[in-house]
Design a protein around this ligand. Structure first.
Ligand SMILES: NC(=O)c1ccc[n+]([C@@H]2O[C@H](COP(=O)([O-])OP(=O)(O)OC[C@H]3O[C@@H](n4cnc5c(N)ncnc54)[C@H](OP(=O)(O)O)[C@@H]3O)[C@@H](O)[C@H]2O)c1
Ligand SMILES: [Zn+2]
Ligand SMILES: [Zn+2]
Length: 349
């Protein structure tokens, strides 16, 4: 196999260090590999957590970015789902063991094998490092690559592969429908999708934001109501009213006693946020007497990604994006960290 050996990307050499555009090694090709010229890559909160080693020391040098869209330029001989010239995308997961119980039951996103590969800051089964999409080129495994629907542009499509599915998967799995009253907590990249999905599923949607700055924009996104979680009065107005909360971001003073009373009986609190700190202990009495279900969700399975793309087309769900040239990735990250995006920043080559 004689494809390219390197790519150029925004490299972080260590915690707190600025990104530098550099040449890096591409992983080795194999029968399942796909090469992509990257056209777009979304910026996810997880990129920042990784660059800053918020979840423990990252495996530097890192090239982050796991909402990647582009055009296929080479495919291995066992690749059946992609051909050269196709517009394709990949999300936060790039490989799984295909053998463990979760993989065999269609939950590859929960793979317990040692060969589960994250799109960046991880290793391929052959030991090569995985690098993400703040780059000009990407090589990965076709089994986690998706064809972008004809009626969807790459700049829109890339954001579906992490923010889109991470918010769609759990809302669908927990049966959000026209009888649901859904609180979307944290109106950022994932949260704005949360509002769009929950509305498209027919729910009454309440934006739960940590202050009152996003009131207007939450309404524009389609939220039926807005609650600032720092206002006692606002919180009181929705006591006992919610069937679901999708938590995409919480302040570090998060308290269960603030949120559990917001539910109707048997409500569901779904966490997808991944802060560097832990949630506090759950008061057992409050948990029992509310019958609230507390659960989490991790990106989405390949089947959920396909299902999401279909749902998005049927219901015309389109994310809001703001583009930055790839060469301005450091500036885009700086603005991301100021909580400025409305709502997904997308880097463009
Ligand atoms: N589980 C998974 O598989 C998965 C997948 C992707 C991402 N994630 C995680 O999900 C989280 C959100 O990612 P994202 O890309 O949506 O990030 P984001 O765009 O930065 O959104 C996070 C939101 O958190 C809210 N927030 C609450 N308290 C805050 C505070 N004190 N300061 C700043 N913001 C605060 C903000 O919304 P308001 O201003 O409205 O409060 C902010 O917009 C990250 O932790 C990321 O790592 C998890
Ligand atoms: Zn992500
Ligand atoms: Zn597995």
């Amino acid at each position: 196999m004689s494809g390219p050996k390197t790519f150029n990307g925004w490299v972080c050499e260590g915690k707190g260090e600025s990104l530098e555009w550099k040449e890096m090694p591409l992983r080795a090709e194999d029968d399942y590999s796909v090469d992509m010229d990257v056209t777009h890559c979304g910026i996810c909160g997880s990129d920042v957590h990784t660059l800053e080693s918020n979840w423990g020391p990252a495996n530097y040098p890192c090239v982050v970015g796991h909402e990647i869209a582009g055009v296929a330029t080479r495919v291995g001989k066992k690749v059946t789902n992609v051909k050269v010239g196709d517009r394709i995308g990949v999300g936060a997961q790039s490989g799984s063991c295909h053998e463990c119980d979760p993989c065999k039951s269609g939950w590859e996103n929960l793979c317990k094998g040692t060969t589960r590969t994250g799109t960046y800051n991880s290793f391929w089964p052959n030991g090569d490092k995985s690098f993400g999409g703040y780059a000009d080129r990407w090589r990965g495994d076709s089994r986690f690559v998706f064809k972008i629907p004809d009626n969807m542009t790459n700049e829109i499509a890339c954001t579906f592969f992490c923010a889109g599915v991470t918010s769609y998967g759990p809302l669908k799995r927990h049966n959000v429908n026209k009888d649901s009253v859904v609180g979307i907590m944290g109106i950022g990249g994932l949260g704005h999708y949360g509002i769009l999905w929950a509305k498209a599923m027919g729910a009454h949607v309440i934006a739960l934001s940590h202050n009152d700055k996003k009131k207007e924009v939450a309404k524009e996104l389609g939220a039926d109501a807005y609650v600032s979680t720092s206002s006692e009065e606002d919180l009181k107005s929705i006591k006992g009213k919610l069937t679901h909360i999708l938590c995409t971001g919480a302040s570090d003073d998060f308290a269960w006693k603030t949120f559990i009373p917001l539910f109707k009986p048997n409500g569901t609190f779904i966490n997808v946020s991944l802060p560097s700190w832990n949630f506090p202990e759950v008061p057992p009495m409050m948990l029992s007497l509310s019958q609230v279900n507390i659960c989490g969700s991790a990106i989405g399975s390949p089947a959920e990604i396909e299902d999401m793309l279909k749902f998005a087309a049927e219901h015309n769900v389109l994310p809001w994006i703001q583009k930055y040239p790839m060469k301005e990735a450091p500036k885009a990250l700086e603005d991301f960290n100021k909580n400025l995006p409305r709502f997904r920043f997308v880097l463009e080559n």
